[in-house]
Write a protein that binds this ligand. Structure first.
Ligand SMILES: Nc1ncnc2c1ncn2[C@@H]1O[C@H](COP(=O)(O)OP(=O)(O)OP(=O)(O)O)[C@@H](O)[C@H]1O
Ligand SMILES: [Mg+2]
Length: 414
């Protein structure tokens, strides 16, 4: 296995069942003497578990800095997590978030959590509930984008028997179920204007009307809402009610994207690897080059993407106990500084070119395809292999399309 400064020995030796000593350069610039114990070794050697921990902690410069910031920060940040909430992160934006969570501890204020996909909004919502006076009661969650309007209304507010086809019995609705507890309304930006009015009523008056009923119900529910959409823009565009926005916005928590807190990557990696280690009963470490790739990736899917990546490398590294960059998925492995731009720039789509009125979708697609193929051939001076590469299709497929569109001479010198 390719690890800078490390003989291929330790992992190999472990796989072969022999003990081995060597040195490995790990994430965080730590050089460690490694002795992997063979089965039956009396002293067990230097545990690879300790090695993983040290490697990753060493890389988390943020932790070292935080240790100088008072006893509370020390205990929180040495661990790189907020209490028992399971939120990992010691970066400045996460510390700001923890401070906000501390401030609202014990309150029942409505909270709006915003952030990109996979940043941990749901985890934060559950933590707020766990830190509140309602912790002993339940938290009920629903995702507003998972249902159509009618179903969501009945899901949230319940219905009377016979109020619509299929309503064979009375159903209480999730607001009733969440009474005296917390309601987590996920993807609240996807709620229709009609339901927004009903939600506003719950927030203002604590009452709602089940579908097909004439009698309102009263509930005491703390609402935490989350969205990855820009509600302010939606308010400006008229698709989200301004009054509801202000009602939800009492406390606003922004969960930062992972690319703005790369300091947290080593901590999160350690957390996910430790979790896998206890689940699988095997411990693994990450090499320095692998960690460098993880640090330079932009993580559009945020913590969820990182979590999946770690689970993936864990599996793909098989019996290896040291994970290298070769185990990473292409999207992540390609993020390093050595990444080269593709040889041929992709042809401009010119997708915005005006089409005559009455154009059908198949005609529009055909027109775009023809223009892109023409541009690709011109850029590649008629070289079909390069044009196909730039267009992202096979050479055979390109040749077929070139014949169909009669573009055979495009890009060639006459
Ligand atoms: N700071 C963190 N520490 C530990 N695990 C985290 C953290 N942030 C997110 N995760 C994990 O990442 C995954 C995604 O988190 P979560 O579902 O809370 O994100 P989300 O913002 O609600 O995503 P989406 O917008 O896609 O609904 C979960 O498995 C969660 O446990
Ligand atoms: Mg979510």
């Amino acid at each position: 296995m390719a690890i800078e400064g490390a003989p291929a020995g330790p992992a190999k030796a472990a796989a072969e069942g022999a003990s081995h000593e060597g040195e490995a350069e790990l994430a965080g610039g730590i050089r460690l003497g490694v002795r992997v114990a063979a089965p039956g070794d009396a002293d067990g050697g230097i545990g690879v578990a300790a090695l993983t921990r040290a490697a990753v902690d060493g890389a988390a410069g943020a932790v070292a800095a935080a240790v100088q910031q008072g006893p509370r920060a020390q205990s929180e940040l040495r661990e790189g997590r907020l209490g028992e909430t399971g939120i990992i992160g010691a970066s400045a934006p996460m510390r700001d978030l923890y401070r906000m969570l501390e401030r609202i501890r014990g309150s029942s204020a409505t909270v709006l959590i915003t952030g990109e996909n996979g940043t941990g909004k749901e985890l934060v919502a559950k933590s707020i509930h766990a830190m509140s006076q309602r912790a002993q009661t339940r938290i009920v969650a629903t995702n507003c984008s998972a249902f159509n309007d009618n179903l969501l209304e009945s899901e949230l507010f319940g219905h009377r028997r016979g109020s619509f086809t299929g309503a064979v019995s009375d159903k209480p609705g999730l607001f009733k179920v969440a009474d005296e507890g917390t309601f987590f309304l996920d993807e609240v930006g996807d709620m229709s204007p009609a339901l927004q009015v009903k939600l506003l009523r719950v927030l203002q008056e604590g009452v709602f009307l089940p579908v097909g009923d004439t009698q309102t119900r009263r509930v005491d529910v703390r609402i935490i809402a989350a969205t990855n959409r820009d509600l302010q823009t939606m308010v400006r565009e008229g698709s989200f009610r301004e009054d509801l926005y202000y009602r939800l916005h009492v406390v606003h928590l922004k969960v930062p994207p992972l690319r703005e807190r790369t300091d947290d990557i080593p901590l999160l990696v350690a957390f996910f690897m430790d979790r896998l280690a206890s689940r699988e009963g095997v411990t693994k470490a990450l090499s320095k080059p692998a960690m460098e790739r993880l640090m330079s990736h932009r993580w559009p899917g945020n913590v969820r993407e990182l979590e999946n990546e770690i689970e993936r490398v864990w599996v793909l590294s098989g019996h290896e106990t040291l994970i290298g960059p070769e185990h990473l998925s292409p999207a992540v492995a390609g993020s390093g500084p050595e990444r080269r731009p593709s040889r041929v720039p992709p042809p401009l789509a010119a997708a915005d070119a005006a089409l005559p009125e009455g154009t059908t979708l198949p005609e529009a697609i055909e027109s775009l395809e023809r223009r892109m193929i023409r541009a690709g051939l011109e850029q590649a001076h008629g070289n079909k292999t390069r044009a196909a590469e730039a267009l992202g299709i096979s050479r055979r497929n390109l040749i077929r399309k070139v014949q169909a569109y009669d573009l055979d001479d495009v890009g060639r010198r006459r």
